[in-house]
Design a protein around this ligand. Structure first.
Ligand code: ZN
Length: 349
């Protein structure tokens, strides 16, 4: 509770913490003393505008107290990773080519890359997080990640044994939406993050909690059919949203478009996106949809999709509604992976 308060609201005095937590001052002082010994918080002196009497000492979270190793498998044929502070700031980053490795070979690559980042970290580590495409259970079992050839893979347990650290594995879009929630906008009115990469997936935070869904597949909007006569999708059915919005596909369409018609390609893709989002936005009365992906694509698509949603729902559903791009840019997945470790190890989000 105290870490959560300091994380969300910034430095506070022991008296402030007692008021906000409902704990006694004695209990708060004891807990702060423990956290000081652990190095997770530090004393920051007294605020300038102190009133009469003994001025209170502020305590705050030490962002550099521990680091997190985060790995992102959502970039095509690459294993990207970083060491980050508790505030999601990148301390060092690196990447290795995957060169088509799948199955057990891909697991080995991830394990060796994680071990390398751990060895290069200069601070004690809170844990390791891996963001992967595909359907992942809350305890880190990859049920299905076709691009990586992973099925029913106990990735978190396997890596935790090998690396001797707590390991969290989560879907990349779920990770990105946690990053946006914890380190970005908060999105208290409900937040859906749509990630455009080799595929299309979404992560949803409602009431501050990540939505997993019955089978762990919440947010799999990429294979919703938007045109029964559309192009054939990798899943075997025609006209999935992904066939219009996956980054490689969209880039190819834009390159092949006759001069002056590139805008029409984006307008069509953005409109189909709005068509798929409108029922979700109206049903959940979402406050925000965040697009994560290459800036040159997501910036125009955000504008077009917002209008396309507005055209399809009642005004009352979209009074404060906005479609925007991620405030964390390309580091959203890595920052979000840090958020997953913070939530799991410190109960902070
Ligand atoms: Zn499909």
């Amino acid at each position: 509770m105290l870490l959560q308060e300091l994380f969300a609201a910034g430095p506070a005095s022991r008296a402030d913490l007692a008021r906000s937590s409902g704990l006694t001052r004695v209990t708060v002082s004891d807990l702060v003393a423990e956290l000081l010994v652990e190095g997770l918080v530090e004393e920051l002196g007294t605020p300038i505008e102190s009133r009469v009497g003994k001025p209170p000492t502020l305590v705050g979270l030490v962002a550099d107290a521990k680091h997190v190793v985060a790995i992102d498998l959502s970039v095509d044929d690459q294993v990207a990773g970083a060491v980050l502070t508790l505030e999601g700031r990148v301390v060092l980053r690196d990447a290795r080519p995957r060169e088509g490795r799948i199955g057990a070979d891909a697991v080995t690559l991830v394990r060796e890359f994680a071990a390398d980042l751990i060895a290069r970290s200069s601070r004690p580590l809170l844990g390791v997080a891996v963001a992967t495409p595909g359907v992942v259970t809350p305890d880190g079992v990859v049920l299905d990640a076709p691009n990586l050839g992973w099925h029913d893979l106990h990735l978190a347990d396997g890596l935790a044994d090998a690396l001797d650290l707590p390991v969290y594995v989560a879907n990349d879009a779920n990770t990105a939406v946690m990053g946006e929630f914890v380190f970005g906008s908060r999105g208290e009115g409900g937040l859906l993050l749509l990630r455009l990469s080799t595929g299309v997936g979404a992560g949803i935070v409602i009431g501050g909690a990540l939505l997993h869904g019955q089978g762990g597949a919440a947010g799999e909007i990429g294979h919703v059919q938007v045109d029964p006569d559309g192009p054939l999708c990798g899943c075997g059915r025609p006209g999935c949203l992904e066939t219009y919005l996956a980054v490689p596909r969209l880039r190819r369409e834009l390159a092949e478009a006759p001069a002056g018609l590139a805008d029409a390609v984006l307008a069509d893709a953005g409109d189909r996106l709005g068509q798929a989002l409108a029922p979700v936005v109206a049903t959940l009365n979402l406050g925000e949809v965040v697009l994560s992906g290459p800036a040159d694509l997501v910036e125009p698509l955000a504008r077009i999709a917002e209008q396309a949603v507005r055209d399809r729902v009642m005004p009352v559903s979209v009074q404060q509604f906005v479609v925007r791009t991620s405030s964390l840019g390309d580091d959203g997945v890595l920052a979000g992976a840090t958020g997953v470790v913070l939530a799991g190890e410190l109960g902070v989000s």
